[in-house]
Design a binder for this molecule. Structure first.
Ligand code: SAM
Ligand code: SF4
Length: 365
């Protein structure tokens, strides 16, 4: 790279991007209804997946533009063979200070130790229910016991605290909230409740199915007493309700008010602790309280497309660049251009919203 002017991934709204989420596969060993079709999924042919070397090159170039954090995701990242090899490659890229992984946990018992040894720092395990029957309804597959074994193996390998991601869906997972709260109070587990987003493969998403973060907070408060927000970076604190005059806003406000609430740095989760000091939870209110204004992430799909937002309708294909004689500079420019074109927000709460063609499993959540 010959350019001596420092360049960063800043969009036209002034947001700087340092966080790259990398999908390593679109394959998965379960079929969560909010992400994948139940049957007959068309997966990418293997040769269309970026190789580990190609991913590493993208990260090295990204570092010159300010990337310092990466998270591996998918599909299910642990179905990609030799994933610890990729973790090790990325951990050795100078400038990368944090590597995370989001997994459904089914294959974690076998891989937790080698991932840790390879340099994985942070692990999020997705588990939407503590009741095996509800787990089966959500995932349309067996595997609950394997996830529980995976969580135990992660703890044994030294991942702490354990972070669980639980998508909350009205009519399906309400009765899981209190058991998850109990788990958070009894162990070093942080449960992060995620609002159901319109990224499912069958376009079944409806606003009525979103269990709002404020309702989740209400249920936890009724069961265990009050919670208070945790603010880790006061300098970066900001209110989280954006001015969205929508029904979701009105509904959300009829519950425990989250306003004014400061966010821990630029993370999407709002973290809370029970005031008696026992237990911590997180709320990812992507629908009712979008955090687009502080977004610092962009994505690389398993087939080499850059996406500046989960809900992007456009993407930048860098695989042809990676597989030709293109210089690093050209790939860097593609990244800069992709970020420059980022929209202000996802617009889920507007009539203009269009669900992207790619469902979650093929984007990388
Ligand atoms: N397979 C891995 C897993 O499930 O953890 C990684 C990929 S998955 C797409 C990443 C995260 O996105 C998971 O925590 C999953 O629950 C979440 N997710 C998938 N579809 C979603 C949706 N429609 N709304 C909200 N979260 C979703
Ligand atoms: Fe697979 Fe993760 Fe999607 Fe569930 S959310 S189907 S585990 S990729």
């Amino acid at each position: 790279m010959t350019d001596t002017i420092p360049r960063t991934l800043v969009d036209s709204w002034g947001r700087t991007h340092n966080n790259l989420r990398i999908s390593v596969t679109d394959r998965c060993n379960i079929r969560c209804f909010y992400c994948m079709p139940a049957e007959d999924v068309q997966f990418l042919p293997r040769q269309e997946l970026l190789t580990f070397e190609e991913i590493e090159r993208v990260v090295r170039i990204g570092v010159t533009l300010g990337i310092n954090k990466v998270r591996l995701t998918g599909g299910e990242p642990l179905v990609r063979r030799d994933l610890p090899v990729l973790v090790q490659k990325l951990a050795s890229v100078p400038g990368i200070i944090d590597i995370g992984l989001t997994t459904n946990g089914i294959l974690l018992a076998e891989q937790a130790r080698s991932l840790r040894d390879a340099g994985l720092k942070r692990l999020n395990i997705s588990l939407d229910a503590l009741d095996p029957e509800v787990f089966r309804k959500v995932t349309r597959r067996d595997g609950y016991e394997k996830v529980i074994e995976g969580i135990a193996a992660a703890r044994e390998a030294g991942f702490s605290p354990i972070k669980l991601n639980a998508v909350s869906v009205r009519g399906l997972t309400e009765d899981q909230i209190v058991p998850f709260g109990q788990l958070a109070r009894e162990s070093d587990t942080i449960v992060r409740f995620i609002e159901f987003m319109p990224l499912d493969a069958d376009s079944q998403w409806q606003r009525e199915k979103v269990l709002f973060a404020s309702e989740i907070l209400d249920r936890l408060t009724s069961a265990f007493g009050p919670l208070r927000p945790i603010v880790t970076d006061l300098n970066d604190a900001r209110p989280t309700f954006t001015d969205q005059s929508t029904s979701s806003h009105a509904e959300a406000e009829s519950h425990t008010p989250l306003l004014p609430l400061a966010r821990a740095s630029r993370a999407p989760a709002q973290d809370f602790e029970f005031v008696d000091g026992r237990g911590r939870i997180g709320l990812i209110a992507s629908v009712s309280q979008p955090f687009c204004a502080t977004c610092n992430r962009f994505r690389l799909t398993a087939d080499g497309k850059l996406r500046n937002c989960l809900f992007s309708l456009e993407e930048t294909d860098i695989r042809p660049l990676l597989r030709s004689a293109a210089k690093d500079e050209e790939i860097a420019q593609a990244m800069l251009d992709n970020i420059a074109a980022k929209r202000e927000g996802h617009e889920i709460n507007t009539a203009r919203f269009l669900q992207p063609d790619r469902p979650m499993y093929s984007i990388g959540g």
